[in-house]
Design a protein around this ligand. Structure first.
Ligand code: CU
Length: 216
């Protein structure tokens, strides 16, 4: 009887011990899992244009010289000296969005600095990832694709995103963006400078976006 109680206590202690080890292990793993593990530079990524953004750095998923999608280097965060005018996003309703729900954002970048600024990526909490798109003629029809090198805003100049032309594409949208809603896009420059811009959602009938997958 005494032995079995001792065994029971021992058992309970070892269960407690295992539980505490498991708890410690989960605490070690939890913060990484919660924030999303920081990918290694040059490790494979799934979505061209996807961004990993922390308080200190930004990484962009892009095609490398060998044609593989990989995470770029950690770009240290700084504040971009850019502003935007007429920023708006086409509203999207998941009920009618179809198999590949996408929408697009437009506006005019203004660069008050004396240097050209190149935007290489963008991200938002309103879609899993964004892409910087252009519209080109292909076999007599207009198709959109990722803009190689991103958007350049000339020194003391501007650059427009508009329907039928360059735009910021919301990829794999999973929730409605309702007319009147404000969504935020953070743009990332080639040096890692970031700026966040509010976009007003509105109904837009023209420029019904269809997506032609491209290799880049
Ligand atoms: Cu597009």
């Amino acid at each position: 009887m005494l032995v079995s109680i001792l065994q029971l206590v021992e058992k309970r202690n070892s269960v407690k011990k295992i539980a505490s080890i498991l708890l410690a292990a989960s605490l070690l793993l939890a913060p990484v899992a919660a924030q999303g593990a920081t990918p290694r530079t040059n490790s494979a990524c799934a979505n061209s244009g996807a961004v990993t953004a922390t308080a200190k750095f930004t990484m962009v998923c892009a095609t490398n010289a060998s044609g593989k999608l990989v995470w770029g280097k950690q770009l240290p965060v700084s504040k971009a000296t850019l502003v935007m005018a007429d920023a708006w996003v086409k509203s999207i309703d998941m009920a009618t969005a179809g198999m590949m729900p996408m929408t697009a954002a437009f506006g005019t970048f203004l660069n008050p600095t004396k240097s050209n600024v190149r935007i290489i990526a963008a991200y938002t909490s309103s879609a899993p990832f964004l892409q910087l798109h252009e519209v080109v003629m292909s076999n007599g029809s207009m198709v959109m694709q990722q803009k190689a090198g991103g958007f350049v805003i000339p020194a003391k100049g501007s650059k427009q995103m508009k329907p039928g032309s360059d735009h910021t594409m919301f990829m794999s949208v999973a929730k409605n963006i309702n007319p009147g809603e404000i969504v935020y896009i953070t743009y990332v420059t080639s040096t890692g400078a970031r700026f966040t811009q509010p976009f007003l959602a509105k109904v837009y009938v023209g420029g019904n976006e269809t997506y032609t997958p491209t290799t880049n």
